[in-house]
Design a protein around this ligand. Structure first.
Ligand SMILES: [Zn+2]
Length: 91
């Protein structure tokens, strides 16, 4: 069966541009932002070379996808994501 998108493991927390934009907006507003998994504090990681950001939980290590946040809005940099373990070769 090929036409439906296969479930590649659990859904990624903070894995949509909408979620990231919401967290980013609150973060920039000075609010504490919290991990969707365990409610731990999220820290902002910056990749200066790529000009990208991501949120990482300082409690459990959960990380959002890399994203850019520019004047045009949220842009998730899917091509920067490392290979997801277990998501390959499910034939
Ligand atoms: Zn966490």
């Amino acid at each position: 069966m090929a036409d439906t998108k296969p479930p590649d493991g659990p859904p990624t927390p903070l894995g949509t541009a909408e979620e990231l934009a919401d967290v980013w907006t609150r973060f920039r507003g000075g609010a504490m932002v919290h991990c969707p998994a365990d409610d731990g504090p999220l820290a902002l990681a910056v990749d200066g070379a790529a000009g990208a950001y991501r949120f990482v939980c300082t409690n459990c290590g959960l990380a959002s996808p890399w994203f850019e946040a520019g004047p045009l809005g949220m842009n998730v940099r899917w091509h920067l994501q490392p290979g997801v373990s277990g998501g390959v070769a499910d034939e």
